[in-house]
Design a binder for this molecule. Structure first.
Ligand code: ADP
Length: 485
């Protein structure tokens, strides 16, 4: 089988969140399972300089975009057997200081940029020499691809068109644009209705994916159920319920080549579930790096997050205000909404010597926080999958999570199964409930034997990609089965 994956982010070339990690790991894992895998993604600024092995190709895109035509080149990076990454080279759209925004505001031409991307993906699926059997699209930036492919199958004689799988990584990001943007798709008006791409009078790219893909997936089983409810559906719960026979929740895996406590270039002191001495040293090193007093005996809590409403920053700040009076330390690495950045810095200022905050994006520090902390806070309002709690588990850092989405699917509380317990969960979205969970963590920290038991369970929990990949292969087969039907 041959699979074409399209995503606006792919680690290590571009990343604003878990999407990039997931796509890179899925692609690698598919190739290792024997699938010919190609990933198509934009060539953003700096990628070519950082990865000089990315080579030009002769392939040239020339696609209609409303009334004009737009061209792009294609560059190629063979990664390993059966896996290549292709980069869409259109500097006007993609060579910018960041991926989607400038000074906190979305680029005004995001619709044009990503409709162009979607068109190139569909074009490549049809005209490249290696024809894919399945095209796997990710998030709103690639959401129009299933419709573009379907339309060409129905109206343009593409009888051998591949089947499409669409994965929703976060229903909150939908790619909503004014109705006028729809003209850029060059699609007939037939699809612009409430059962199609229309959403409150505008164009909704995510909805296009949901409505027209042969199969939809999201990144955890619980999130798949949640998004079919009004509370979590972001206005699309009805469309999702309508497609529930073709919707599956597949928990993301973890790339354990990268997220490892041994042979990790970011960690000074390696450790394993049996040999935790390195973790204790990583803790002291982290305290020093963050400017906190070095003290092996104080429980250290950590957080690595986009500072947005989704991640429960408000209840985290509330709970910490209360709990930092206790004997504990807290470190945070994050960036996002200016008001949350300010509030986090104020917290650190007020609780100097107990709380330390680093605003910014730093992959190395993310590993050191995962390794050096005793507990990891992830009190998300909603969480499609979440990767950090799974990284925490592997690093023996006990996650404290809210019972939602992928957090609920990946962490085991003693109340769920006391033999397998590896984390602490709470349900109510409130600072009070989180503070209570932190208090439980402080008690756990005092019980060294029980803490070791939690840590061992955590570090041996297995979220490797083989299982996830097998599930995606089943979905691809189902999608292909639809072709035969
Ligand atoms: P989301 O995709 O919603 O942001 P996930 O937990 O699925 O959340 O994935 C977040 C990914 O981004 C993880 O790999 C995490 O380590 C990384 N990350 C988030 N913020 C930062 C940051 N400030 N510095 C370094 N890595 C970060």
């Amino acid at each position: 089988m041959r699979v074409l994956i399209a995503s606006s982010e792919v680690h290590p070339f571009s990343k604003t969140g878990g999407l990039a990690d997931m796509v890179a790991a899925l692609a690698k894992s598919l190739a290792r399972a024997g699938i010919e895998t190609t990933v198509l993604t934009p060539l953003y600024r700096g990628i070519a300089e950082k990865f000089p092995d990315i080579a030009p190709t002769d392939y040239l895109f020339d696609v209609p975009l409303g009334a004009k035509r737009v061209q792009a080149g294609l560059r190629r990076l063979p990664v390993e057997e059966r896996l290549e990454i292709l980069f869409l080279d259109q500097p006007g759209y993609f060579s910018r200081p960041s991926l989607y925004q400038e000074n906190g505001a979305d680029f005004a031409d995001n619709a044009e940029r990503f409709i162009f991307f979607a068109k190139c993906v569909a074009h490549f699926a049809r005209y490249s020499p290696a024809k894919p059997d399945v095209v796997h699209l990710h998030d709103w930036q690639a959401g129009l691809v299933p419709l573009l492919i379907l339309d060409q199958r129905l109206r343009d004689g593409w009888s051998s068109a591949p089947r499409t799988c669409f994965t929703i990584h976060n229903l909150a990001f939908q790619g909503n644009f004014p109705r006028s943007s729809y003209a850029l798709t060059n699609l007939p008006a037939d699809y612009f209705h409430p059962g199609g791409v229309e959403f409150y009078g505008g164009l909704n790219c995510l909805k296009a994916g949901i409505a027209y893909a042969d199969f939809n997936t999201t990144v955890s089983p619980r999130y798949a159920r949640e998004i079919m409810t009004e509370a979590y559906g972001c206005g699309l719960d009805g469309v999702l319920r309508g497609r529930q026979d073709a919707l599956a929740g597949i928990l993301n895996g973890v790339d354990y080549d990268e997220w490892t406590t041994t042979k990790n270039p970011f960690l000074k002191h390696p450790f394993t579930a049996r040999q935790l001495a390195g973790k204790a040293k990583d803790k002291l090193a982290l305290q020093a790096e963050m400017g906190l007093p070095q003290n092996a005996g104080v429980p250290l809590f950590g957080s690595i997050t986009r500072l947005t409403d989704q991640k429960g920053i408000d209840i985290q700040l509330g709970a910490l205000e209360e709990m930092l009076a206790a004997k504990m330390q807290f470190v945070l690495l994050g960036s996002g909404a200016p008001e949350f950045e300010r509030a986090c810095q104020q917290l650190a200022h007020k609780h100097q010597g107990r709380a330390a905050v680093r605003i910014g994006y730093d992959a190395g520090l993310a590993h050191r926080i995962e390794a050096g902390c005793d507990f990891f806070l992830m009190p998300s309002r909603f969480e499609p999958c979440g990767l950090n709690q799974m990284y925490s588990l592997r690093y023996g850092t006990i996650p404290i999570v809210r019972r939602t989405g992928g957090l609920d699917d990946s962490v085991i509380d003693a109340g769920d199964d006391d033999e397998l317990a590896d984390g602490i969960k709470f349900s109510e979205y409130s600072a009070r409930a989180l503070a209570k969970a932190i208090r439980k963590a402080l008690l756990l920290y005092e019980d060294k034997k029980l803490l070791r038991f939690f840590r061992r369970n955590a570090m041996t929990a297995d979220f490797s990609w083989e299982r996830t990949t097998a599930e995606y292969l089943r979905v691809y087969q189902r999608a292909r089965g639809l072709a035969a039907a």
